[in-house]
Write a protein that binds this ligand. Structure first.
Ligand SMILES: [Zn+2]
Length: 189
C-alpha cells in the first residue's frame, strides 16, 4: 500500500538488506576458498541472506495481516519493469540493473507468486548473445537463486532447462559462479 507508513518502512528495510546481501555475495565471490577470510565472509553472506529473507517474510506478514494484499501484476506491468531492466542492461548501469531486478521481486510488490511472464522474460533476456560475457547476466541469474522459494515447479524446470542448454556459454566469472550454484545446488530442485 503506497500510503501505509509500515509498508514504506518495511520496504526500506528490505532494500537495505538486499544491497547488504549483494555486497556480501560480491565479497564472497572475490575471496578464494583457501583464503583465511573465506569462512568469515561465508558467515557474513549467510547472515545477510537470512536477514533479507526475514525482511521479506516481515513484509509478507504485514501485507497479509494489514492489507490482505495478495495480487498478481498485469502482463503490462511486468513488461514495463522488464523494459526498464533491458534499458539499464543496455546502459551497463550495474546499480540500475540491480534495482530493476529487485523491482521484479514478488514480496516487495505484494505479488503472491513470481509471474510466469517474469521468468520467461528474464530467460529471453539471458538468451541474448551480448549477455554471455556480461556481468549483467550474473544479476539476472541471481534472481532465480534468491527467489527460488517463490518459484513454481514449472518455472524451476524452465530455468534448469535453459541452464543445461546455455549455462556453459556464460563466460563472466560471476555468472559462471551463479550458473554452478543454480545447476548443482538445491535452488531449482
Ligand atoms: Zn502496510
Amino acid at each position: 500500500m503506497a500510503d501505509c507508513p509500515e509498508c514504506a518502512r518495511l520496504r526500506e528495510e528490505s532494500a537495505m538488506a538486499y544491497s547488504e546481501y549483494l555486497s556480501c555475495k560480491d565479497e564472497l565471490a572475490m575471496t578464494d576458498k583457501a583464503d583465511k577470510a573465506f569462512a568469515a565472509k561465508r558467515r557474513a553472506f549467510d547472515r545477510a541472506k537470512g536477514r533479507l529473507h526475514e525482511c521479506h517474510s516481515g513484509e509478507s506478514h504485514h501485507r497479509d495481516a494489514a492489507h490482505k494484499w495478495n495480487s498478481l501484476p498485469s502482463d503490462e506491468q511486468v513488461e514495463q519493469k522488464i523494459a526498464i531492466l533491458r534499458e539499464r542492461i543496455e546502459l551497463a548501469d550495474a546499480d540500475g540493473i540491480q534495482k530493476a531486478i529487485f523491482a521484479l521481486s514478488p514480496v516487495p510488490n505484494g505479488w503472491k507468486a513470481v509471474p510466469d511472464l517474469v521468468v520467461e522474460q528474464l530467460l529471453t533476456l539471458l538468451r541474448d548473445v551480448n549477455m554471455y560475457a556480461s556481468e549483467a547476466a550474473s544479476y539476472v541469474l541471481n534472481y532465480f537463486e534468491f527467489e527460488s522459494p517463490h518459484l513454481s515447479k514449472r518455472q524451476k524446470s524452465l530455468c534448469l532447462g535453459f541452464l543445461e542448454a546455455h549455462g556453459d556459454q556464460f563466460t563472466h566469472f560471476h555468472s559462471q559462479q551463479v550458473v554452478t550454484e543454480l545447476r548443482f545446488g538445491d535452488y531449482l530442485k
